[in-house]
Design a protein. Structure first.
Length: 341
């Protein structure tokens, strides 16, 4: 579950809601810092654990909504004591979660973020320290969240548009890729020159019927897009490839054998720094449309996560002193809610 889905829910629903963000983790954790989920009266969106913490977090979220005060809670799962969060959970780490009631400025900012993400903007929602106590001021900025944090920043949440996967070729194999990629958080667009292929209920939010050379322009392909060539028509794949290369998409992959791909890319002028994933997909030995789809979508996810993973590894998500700020550490009881504002 991404912040895009959370912003979409908040935009369409005026009811009570609480955003839970994982801001710190030591040892093993199911999700990485920056992961978020939403609690609302009739359910949840997303998860922060394999299902072992959500029931307790739901109770904590109710308290946060009733008091309208931001709070944090820490779960220490490193102890083997069955009566704690240890073996019963089996995660073996310690995590800190901030719960924020979706009210006032935060609700307005999440709705604004939805509109701006739909326009293709990448944003950062920064929580800024105030002079008095542990209160927050929210700051929504355009740009990559990997930029240097400000001194008064407590933690930040990346708000990025739903990534778009452009498929050239609407066949049975690309249909399997589209279905799995959509479940993994991609928005699907497809282009084909064969009308019958697009009339069969292909699982895409955008579809374009046009000659191969016109598809990149009609779909307005940009450096943010993930592009997969999978029509299995040599001449048409080549025509599409020639037009998409100068656009330098974030991901460019081709489905097919190494020999076919070598002929397909022969004598093409390749933009500097543009990588080609060909054959597309991770080497898992997949056979058939479904297994091949798994390998390709796994590669797409790896590409999507690459920048964020480097930030997690560098410890760049939140303030080093956050646990002291939120009252955790020696002074905070495991699983006990601590008010921040």
């Amino acid at each position: 579950m991404s912040m895009y889905e959370i912003c979409t829910f908040v935009t369409n629903d005026d009811g009570p809601a609480v955003v839970a963000t994982l801001i710190a983790a030591e040892g093993h954790s199911y999700r990485k810092p920056g992961a978020a989920m939403l609690f609302y009266p009739s359910g949840t969106l997303g998860s922060l654990s394999p299902g072992c913490l959500e029931s307790d977090l739901s109770l904590q979220a109710e308290a946060v909504w009733e008091t309208a005060r931001t709070a944090s809670v820490e779960y220490d799962m490193r102890t083997p004591d069955d009566v704690g969060w240890g073996e019963a959970v089996g995660c073996g780490g310690r995590i800190t979660v901030v719960l924020e009631p979706v009210i006032g400025e935060l609700r307005d900012l999440l709705r604004m973020a939805k509109r701006r993400m739909d326009a293709g903007q990448s944003l950062v929602l920064r929580r800024i320290r105030q002079a008095r106590g542990y209160t927050y001021a929210y700051r929504l900025e355009e740009g990559e969240w990997l930029q240097q944090k400000t001194e008064d920043e407590v933690f930040a949440t990346p708000l990025v548009p739903k990534p778009r996967l452009v498929l050239f070729g609407a066949g049975s194999d690309s249909g399997a890729i589209a279905e799995l990629a959509a479940r993994a958080g991609f928005r699907i667009a497809v282009a084909d020159w064969r009308e019958a292929r697009l009339q069969g209920g292909f699982p895409a939010q955008e579809s374009v019927l046009c000659p191969p050379g016109e598809a990149p322009r009609q779909l307005d392909i940009s450096i943010r897009d993930y592009v997969l060539i999978c029509s299995h028509s040599f001449l048409r794949d080549r025509e599409f490839l020639e037009q998409v290369l100068p656009l330098r998409p974030r991901y460019l992959g081709i489905v097919g054998s190494k020999a076919r791909i070598a002929r397909l890319t022969e004598a093409l002028e390749w933009p500097e720094g543009l990588s080609l994933h060909a054959p597309a997909g991770l080497a898992i030995g997949g056979e058939g449309p479904e297994e091949i789809a798994v390998s390709i979508v796994a590669e797409l996810i790896r590409e999507k996560r690459a920048g964020i993973l480097s930030t997690w590894n560098e410890g760049g998500f939140c303030d080093e002193g956050l646990r002291d700020l939120s009252g955790s550490g020696e002074g905070q009881s495991d699983g006990r809610l601590q008010n921040l504002a």
